[in-house]
Design a protein around this ligand. Structure first.
Ligand SMILES: Nc1ncnc2c1ncn2[C@@H]1O[C@H](COP(=O)(O)OP(=O)(O)OP(=O)(O)O)[C@@H](O)[C@H]1O
Length: 199
């Protein structure tokens, strides 16, 4: 993979077995987000092979039913509240919003008091909590998360780490990038570090 003449992601290879988490670490600009974008099918590598559930990433509705990613920043629908965003996500994924545990999820993410607020009115950390709540409320088999700990306070990081461990324990898989090794380990992920071939 390269941007113009600048090579990024050379000789990268890994597998994420079902029910396991991999956390990619490495210095700013090493290529973590680019890697996650490629695995999410949002960017095409120039060379090499990426398979997700046996298929090319992003190529089918089945991929997007199984894979949930925060690599792209979320879009907030004008005028819809926090709770209505959660209901929308549930409906889009075939869940009955009344049975999807929306109230409990908002509670766990510390957003219960903001259920009737519109997302743009939330703080940056609260928006990040909502982004992750919406990711975890819908069914999926693989989460691809780019620095999920960003903007979260220590309590928020601990809560998200705990929820990711639960996600893995139910057979889900996780691929994330992070600069917080402690958070990554607490979330049940194995660390793998990207290093430059051109120091
Ligand atoms: N759209 C783009 N056009 C040109 N170069 C880009 C583009 N996106 C990323 N790059 C470059 O590719 C390299 C890898 O960027 P990437 O965002 O994948 O790194 P990262 O490891 O996620 O960094 P960080 O830890 O800062 O989030 C960087 O040198 C960056 O400048």
């Amino acid at each position: 993979m390269s941007y113009g003449s600048m090579p990024v992601l050379e000789r990268v290879g890994f597998t994420v077995p079902a029910g396991t988490g991999i956390c990619v670490t490495g210095e700013n600009g090493i290529g973590k987000s680019t890697l996650l974008r490629c695995v999410s099918g949002l960017q095409q590598p120039d060379d090499g092979r990426i398979r997700v559930f046996g298929a090319t990433p992003g190529s089918s509705p089945e991929f997007w039913a199984a894979v949930c990613t925060t690599v792209e920043p979320p879009t907030w629908y004008p005028g819809l509240t926090v709770r209505e965003h959660a209901e929308l996500i549930c409906r889009a994924h075939g869940q009955n919003p009344d049975e999807a545990g929306i109230g409990e999820a908002l509670e766990r993410f510390g957003l219960a008091g903001h259920a009737d607020a519109i997302p743009p009115s939330l703080s940056s950390g609260q928006k990040q909590r909502l982004t992750l709540a919406l990711v975890l409320i819908r069914p999926s088999s693989l989460l691809i998360l780019d620095e999920p700990e960003q903007r979260l306070d220590p309590e928020g990081r601990a809560a998200v780490a705990e929820m990711l461990v639960e996600y893995l324990s139910t057979g889900g898989s996780l691929l994330m990038a992070s600069h917080d090794d402690k958070f990554a380990v607490a979330s049940g992920s194995e660390l793998t570090t990207m290093e430059s071939l051109h120091p």
